[in-house]
Write a protein that binds this ligand. Structure first.
Ligand code: AMP
Length: 187
């Protein structure tokens, strides 16, 4: 089963993705983590991505599409995976659709974590103090929320057409949200 966690920065995709991936026994593929590791290791990918990430902008599709292809081709992602942080643009969604389609597979469920904007701002600001991420400055946070609305939120309509979007209120406790996701995923 392929499951996508969709939601704004700070909506809890990472936390809930980890819980649902463990429960389903599937790998979680997180482009943000892969990119942050590449930045730390100063690989060519990391060097290309860093400036965009620090500014809160999306790393260009020209760079990300090959990364996604590589991740989907890994043996552990053959039967299913939980996607966290991608697809984030129409071109990325298209790549995921075609790659899975060529394998006779498809995304089964899109879990849309719904959190009001003020709460997202509060969470991201609190996280900035804890995690020391270089993109948790007030300006980068603002940009990331705008970029989500502009580039990623339209994917909801794309998947809603297929009837696979499940809206999950993202404001309860971690356990409550995880239980709701379990109900939707059925396991
Ligand atoms: P995240 O941890 O998912 O919020 O990602 C942190 C940053 O990594 C984003 O602000 C982007 O700069 C970059 N990033 C992560 N995933 C993607 C993606 N699928 N497409 C483009 N940029 C991404």
């Amino acid at each position: 089963m392929f499951v996508l966690l969709l939601g704004a920065p700070g909506s809890g995709k990472g936390t809930q993705g980890k819980i649902v991936a463990e429960r389903l026994g599937l790998p979680k593929i997180t482009t943000g983590d892969i990119l942050r590791a590449a930045v730390r290791a100063e690989t060519p990918l990391g060097l290309q991505a860093k400036k965009y990430m620090d500014d809160g902008k999306l790393v260009p599709d020209a760079v990300i599409l090959s990364l996604i292809k590589e991740e989907l081709a890994k043996p552990e992602a053959k039967e299913g995976a939980v996607f966290d942080g991608f697809p984030r643009t129409a071109a990325q969604a298209e790549l995921v659709d075609t790659t899975l389609g060529e394998r006779g597979q498809r995304l089964s469920k899109v879990l849309l974590l719904d959190v009001p904007e003020e709460e997202l701002l509060q969470r991201l600001t609190a996280r900035a103090a804890q995690e020391n991420r270089s993109d948790d400055t007030p300006e980068a946070i603002r940009t990331r929320l705008q970029v989500y609305q502009r580039d990623t939120a339209p994917l909801v309509a794309h998947y809603a057409q297929r009837g696979i979007v499940h809206r999950v209120p993202g404001t309860g406790t971690i356990e409550e949200i995880a239980t709701e996701i379990q109900r939707i995923v059925g396991r």
